[in-house]
Design a protein around this ligand. Structure first.
Ligand SMILES: NC(=O)c1ccc[n+]([C@@H]2O[C@H](COP(=O)([O-])OP(=O)(O)OC[C@H]3O[C@@H](n4cnc5c(N)ncnc54)[C@H](O)[C@@H]3O)[C@@H](O)[C@H]2O)c1
Ligand SMILES: O=C(O)C1=N[C@H](C(=O)O)CCC1
Length: 249
C-alpha cells in the first residue's frame, strides 16, 4: 500500500473541522498530522500533504494564502468566496505551480446533484428562485451553496437568452423578496433543528419543478471532503465546486 496522505485540519475545533478530523482518522489511506484552530501557527501544516479549511468567511482567504506559502495543497469548505477573492488565489497559484486548491461550497452528493440538475433545468423555465434553510448558528447568509446554485441558474438562463423572471412586485417590506444573486432571488431561513437544506423552485405557466436537498447530519459532507483530499494533489490550480471531481461540471 502507498504512503498515507498526511492531512492537517484548520478550524479543527468547529462543527465541520471536528467531523473532518474524525473522518480522516477513520480513513485507511490518510493520517491526521495537525488540528489547528484560531490563534495557532499555520506553519504547523508543513508536515502535511493537504490542509483542509473549515473556518469562517472572514478568515478563509488569508488561510489559503498562508497554506499555499507553507507548501501544501488545500481543500476548502468555508463559504464567503467572491470572484475577487477567487481571483487572488488563482494569481497566487501562478507562483506555486503544481499546487492545487479545491474550494467547494457544498461537499454533499445530494447538494452537488441538485445544483447540477438545477443548471440543466433552468433554461426551460420562466421563473427560478432558491430557498436555503440552515441551523441558527450559521454566521453567513445566503449560504455559499445558494449563491453557487443561483450563479449556475443565472449562467444557464443567460446562455438560453432568457430575460428576467416575471415579477410584478411594486412595493415590499425590506428583504421580503430575498437577496438577488445574479438576478436570481435567494431566500434564507434559520431554524432550530435544521442542519443544511435547499429548495430550488422552477416555474412555468401551469407547472413547477422543485428540487430539494437535505443534509440531516454533517457526515453527509465527509465522502466529498475525502474525495477532494485524494484528488487535489493531481489537480494543480484552482477548482471551484465538487461537480468537477464527479465529472458533472
Ligand atoms: N462546503 C461544505 O460542504 C460545508 C458544509 C458545512 C459547513 N460549511 C462551511 O464551513 C464553515 C465552517 O462551518 P462550521 O459549522 O464548522 O463553523 P464553526 O463555527 O463550528 O467552526 C469554525 C471554526 O473555525 C475556527 N476559526 C475561526 N477563525 C479561524 C482562523 N483564522 N484560523 C483557524 N481557525 C479559525 C473557529 O474557532 C471554529 O472552531 C462555514 O463557512 C460553513 O458555511 C461548508
Ligand atoms: O452549516 C453550514 O454553515 C453550511 N454551510 C455551507 C453553505 O453555506 O452552503 C454548506 C451547507 C452547510
Amino acid at each position: 500500500m502507498s504512503e498515507p496522505i498526511r492531512v492537517a485540519v484548520v478550524g479543527a475545533s468547529g462543527r465541520m473541522g471536528a467531523t473532518v478530523c474524525a473522518a480522516v482518522e477513520h480513513a485507511e489511506d490518510m493520517t491526521l498530522t495537525a488540528r489547528l484552530d484560531v490563534g495557532d501557527d499555520l506553519g504547523a501544516v508543513r508536515d502535511a500533504d493537504v490542509a483542509v479549511d473549515f473556518t469562517v468567511p472572514s478568515a478563509t482567504e488569508a488561510n489559503v494564502h498562508a497554506l499555499l506559502d507553507a507548501g501544501v495543497h488545500v481543500v476548502v469548505g468555508t463559504t464567503g468566496w467572491t470572484e475577487e477573492s477567487l481571483g487572488r488565489v488563482r494569481e497566487h497559484l501562478t507562483r506555486a505551480p503544481g499546487s492545487g486548491v479545491v474550494i467547494a461550497p457544498n461537499f454533499a452528493l445530494s447538494a452537488v446533484l441538485a445544483m447540477t440538475f438545477a443548471r440543466q433545468a433552468a433554461r426551460y423555465f420562466e421563473s427560478a428562485e432558491v430557498v436555503e434553510l440552515h441551523h441558527p448558528r450559521k454566521v453567513d447568509a445566503p449560504s455559499g451553496t445558494a449563491v453557487h446554485t443561483a450563479q449556475g441558474i443565472a449562467a444557464a438562463r443567460r446562455e438560453a437568452g432568457l430575460g428576467p423572471a416575471p415579477d410584478a412586485t411594486e412595493s415590499q417590506l425590506d428583504g421580503a423578496r430575498g437577496a438577488v444573486v445574479d438576478g436570481v432571488h435567494v431566500h434564507a431561513v434559520r431554524l432550530q433543528g435544521l442542519v443544511a437544506h435547499e429548495e430550488i423552485l422552477l416555474g412555468n405557466p401551469g407547472e413547477s419543478l422543485t428540487l430539494r436537498t437535505d443534509s440531516y447530519d454533517r457526515g453527509s459532507f465527509m465522502p466529498g471532503v475525502l474525495l477532494a483530499v485524494r484528488e487535489v494533489r493531481q489537480r494543480p490550480g484552482l477548482t471551484v465546486g465538487l461537480e468537477h471531481l464527479l465529472d458533472l461540471g
